[in-house]
Design a binder for this molecule. Structure first.
Ligand code: SAM
Length: 231
């Protein structure tokens, strides 16, 4: 089954962007996922193709109009059970767990905001799930949508060569990944930790788990509560 991504945007030419490279690009070529970028402006009704208007109550910037956006959403997702996401700094932070859930479905419809954002009524009326990629403000939802898709596509079945390589990574088990090393054995006076070249697989696993716990406690203690290692 092909995972279908439909993007609603004022800048369709920004897609597929970096997703034509590497794993995602190969998977796109192989037809493991598809991408369709739809121009929101095509649903405007006036001759200037207006999609935004001033914020009710005053203030800076412009707001995407609900009627135009609703028509754009309906054109791609009526009778369609794919989740409808709105990229938004106000949204729930994207997690690897949500990424895996999305990858398990048929696809996604993603609305990319611009200006000051989107009229609340279309968010409510079309049941848009607001998703944030971090606590900072981008100038538009497109880089956020590309980021989300990058994360989802790489965990689609058959996209990663080694099926195991996704499951040991940061966030997959509630921890950050342990440090990685490769040859040469000595780099500018720094050696690969001896345990990693010992051939003792149990000791290597133990070292990796301890390093994961150490890094997580040091950098992201907020990740720890749900994890069994805290018990
Ligand atoms: N006025 C909005 C606020 O303060 O929450 C910010 C609007 S931002 C300039 C324009 C668009 O960029 C948003 O509608 C959203 O689609 C996108 N965007 C910005 N930051 C984002 C983030 N951290 N995660 C996801 N989307 C983001």
């Amino acid at each position: 089954m092909t995972f279908r991504a439909t993007i609603l945007t004022l800048y369709p030419e920004m897609f597929p962007g970096h997703l034509t490279f590497s794993l995602a690009g190969k998977a796109l070529e192989r037809g493991q996922w598809s991408l369709d970028a739809v121009q929101i402006r095509d649903f405007a009704e006036d001759r200037h193709r207006t999609v935004d208007d001033t914020p009710a109550g005053g203030g800076a910037g412009m707001v995407l109009k609900p009627d135009i956006l609703a028509k754009a959403i309906d054109s791609v997702s009526e009778n369609d059970s794919r989740p409808r996401l709105l990229m938004s700094p106000r949204g729930k932070p994207l997690t690897q767990e949500r990424v895996r859930e999305l990858a398990g479905g048929d696809g996604v419809v993603i609305v990319c905001g611009r200006f000051e954002g989107v009229d609340q009524r279309v968010i409510d009326a079309r049941n848009l799930e607001e998703v944030s990629i971090g606590d900072y403000v981008l100038s538009g939802g497109e880089p956020a949508a590309l980021t989300l898709l990058d994360a989802v596509v790489r965990v689609l079945p058959g996209v990663m060569g080694n099926a195991l390589s996704g499951t040991h990574e940061s966030f997959e088990n509630g921890l950050l990944e342990h440090p990685q090393y490769t040859r040469p054995q000595m780099f500018e006076g720094r050696e690969i930790p001896a345990v990693l070249t010992s051939g003792n697989h149990a000791a290597i696993e133990k070292w990796r788990l301890e390093e994961s716990r150490r890094l997580t406690l040091e950098r992201r203690p907020d990740l720890i509560p749900g994890h069994p290692v805290t018990k």
